[in-house]
Design a protein around this ligand. Structure first.
Ligand code: UDP
Length: 331
């Protein structure tokens, strides 16, 4: 398994983020040399504590950390033109409160960042692979359920979410141009809602909010009437998908949904978290107004991932939630 990746050098942007840091932890044991880059605006150095000392220097073999903004040309932070085999572009604020707090940084990293990194790969290693962290938000408030890759989406181009949605869509456009016009092996994963250890407990997303509220015995905050849906993928399943996307041959130019198609309403999500953390206590959520442009339903069609990546999620929501609660409550 992962024969292509073994012994390769990977440039991983967003290495201190939720997905990035979980990727570092899985890539290093495969014998991959990882150059992790992060500007730490939403990434957290503590996610890399196992690999870095307090000054940010690596304490393990095959890992190097560069604190930099990848919206800049890569030569600004890669001191010389070093050859990398694979670029995993996972840098971007990702939770709605965070990307709305950093709208400019968000659109720059997904557009200019994607452009500069693809340019760097094209110049330094035309045979290299590029994996772009796309998003289910590319589908906006979808009118098709579940969402297949062929659906073009229903996005408000000038709404509060558009700094993220539209820049991720533009990132996909840039990948498509480098693939078609310049022959770069660019691949896109469209990531659906993901949860698990290393997630920022304060990022405002539904799972960290509910778990932390439940642990503190506060009412769980349901936006709207709780009928909206999401489909949650446990981080280990997501990482498996990403590694397969990077490792497999003949996926140049492909866009693949990755996520778990088990769909839950927000009310069901709240009830599950409550039962897990405060079983026996009466469930009394607090209903709050819905944020603007909140997608009504979201569920991935993963038939393409099943066929091309030969994988389906293994972790049931309740089991993943247990591990996530353990992470958020560990000292
Ligand atoms: N949500 C909620 N309570 C919270 C946080 C989020 O009801 O404390 C809802 C939110 O309105 C959305 C869903 O949960 O319908 C998922 O929100 P999240 O911020 O996790 O990510 P999104 O899928 O919207 O990007």
């Amino acid at each position: 398994m992962f024969e292509y990746l073994q012994g390769k050098t990977v440039l991983l942007t967003g290495a201190a983020g939720f997905i990035g840091s979980n990727l570092v932890a899985k890539l290093l044991p495969l014998g991959v040399r990882v150059i992790g880059v992060d500007n730490l605006i939403t990434g957290r150095a503590e996610n890399l504590a196992e690999f870095l000392d307090e000054s940010g220097n690596s304490k393990v073999a095959n890992f190097e950390f560069i604190r930099a903004d990848v919206s800049q040309p890569a030569r600004n932070y890669m001191d010389e033109y070093r050859t990398v085999d694979v670029i995993l572009h996972f840098a971007s604020p990702a939770s709605p409160p965070r990307y709305q707090a950093y709208p400019v940084e968000t659109y720059l990293v997904n557009t200019m960042g994607t452009h500069y990194l693809l340019q760097y790969l094209k110049e330094t290693n035309p045979e290299g692979r590029f994996i772009f962290a796309g998003t289910s938000e590319a589908y906006g408030n979808p009118l098709v359920h579940p969402q297949p890759e062929t659906y073009w989406g229903n996005v408000n181009p000038n709404g509060k979410r558009s700094c993220y949605d539209e820049s991720k869509r533009m990132g996909e456009t840039i990948c498509g141009i480098f693939y078609r016009d310049f022959g770069v092996d660019a691949r896109i994963v469209r990531i659906f809602n993901t949860y698990g250890p290393q997630m920022d407990p304060t990022d405002g997303r539904v799972i960290p909010n509910f778990v932390n509220q439940a642990v503190r015995k506060e009412p769980l905050t349901i936006y709207g009437d709780g009928s909206y849906t999401r489909s949650y993928c446990y981080i280990d399943d997501l990482i498996e998908y990403i590694l397969r996307m990077a490792d497999k041959e003949n996926l140049a130019g492909e866009t693949i949904n990755i996520g778990n198609p088990e769909e839950f309403t927000i009310l069901q999500t709240a009830q599950m978290v409550h039962k897990l953390v405060n079983s026996g206590v009466e469930f009394k959520p607090e209903y709050k107004p819905l944020p603007a442009d909140d997608p009504t339903r979201r569920c991935p069609d993963i038939s393409k991932a099943k066929k091309l990546l030969e994988y389906e999620p293994q972790v049931k929501f309740v089991d993943g939630l247990k591990k996530t609660v353990a992470y958020f409550t560990s000292p």
